[in-house]
Design a protein around this ligand. Structure first.
Ligand code: SF4
Length: 239
């Protein structure tokens, strides 16, 4: 797969593609836009557009990458989608254990199945796991994540659509924050971002500010009060 332009990762790996929308953060899903574009371009992995599609021929890709990378798992899908069989999730985990020189960033909005399946999965320190939260209504995803057996737990607070006062950061190693970007981007209030940063600093949680977003995200950049925040989980520095 590809080198990534996403600020908090090195590469993307998509053993599954496609998804369905489940909460307001999905409204302008980048993966949906990209999948439909790739389908029009005739890319075979996207022949089904944004429908959930297993890509077993992609499973072994991390084994071929000999240099350690941070790998965003399923940037174009959600591994814990109901249409992804548990046997297949176990295969993805097996590869992540086997290609142990990488760090894997598994990100989901489906924290219920993540928690339900957690005890039946074989975890390893390199398998970081995170949940996406766009507003306070979805705080329960953090509670679910906290109860899993993932060694490194992280939050993707993007697209940030409201204030997140009183985040419970117990057991959380890393938080990424970002405003929405692209056509129709919903605005982010700087006060929301600064509040989350301050909560992370107080709790000793690594904080990563990805972007302000907006229709042209290059113009708005990613500085927060004159600083770039690129912290990573201290438990898991790539050797
Ligand atoms: S969960 Fe993620 S990939 Fe799936 S529709 Fe929502 S934003 Fe897109």
């Amino acid at each position: 797969m590809a080198q990534s332009t996403i600020e908090w990762t090195d590469a993307t790996w998509n053993p599954v593609t496609g998804c369905t929308k489940i909460s307001p953060g999905c409204k302008h899903c980048y993966a949906e836009r990209m999948a439909n574009r790739l389908k029009l371009m005739g890319q075979t992995n996207y022949r089904n557009g944004f429908e959930i599609t297993l890509q077993p021929h992609m499973l072994e890709l991390p084994l071929k990458w000999k240099r350690p990378k941070r790998i965003f798992v399923n940037s174009m899908s959600d591994l814990f989608h109901v249409d992804v069989p548990f046997s297949y999730i176990k295969e993805v985990f097996a590869v992540m254990r086997q290609a142990h020189w990488h760090q894997y960033q598994v990100l989901t909005k489906r924290s219920d199945p993540l928690l339900q399946l957690s005890s039946r999965l074989q975890w390893a320190p390199q398998i970081w796991t995170g949940v996406s939260i766009e507003n306070e209504k979805y705080f329960s995803r953090i509670d679910d994540l906290r109860k899993t057996d993932a060694h490194v737990k992280f939050l993707s607070l993007e697209p940030l659509l409201g204030p997140l006062h009183k985040l419970n950061l117990r057991g959380i190693n890393w938080a990424i924050v970002g405003g929405e970007s692209g056509p129709g981007a919903r605005p982010v209030d700087p006060a929301w971002v600064m509040d989350i940063r301050d909560q992370c600093v107080r709790a000793g949680v690594a904080f990563f500010f990805k972007q302000w977003g907006g229709v042209q995200k290059k113009k708005t950049g990613r500085e927060l009060e004159g600083h770039t925040w690129d912290e990573m989980p201290q438990l898991a520095v790539l050797s």
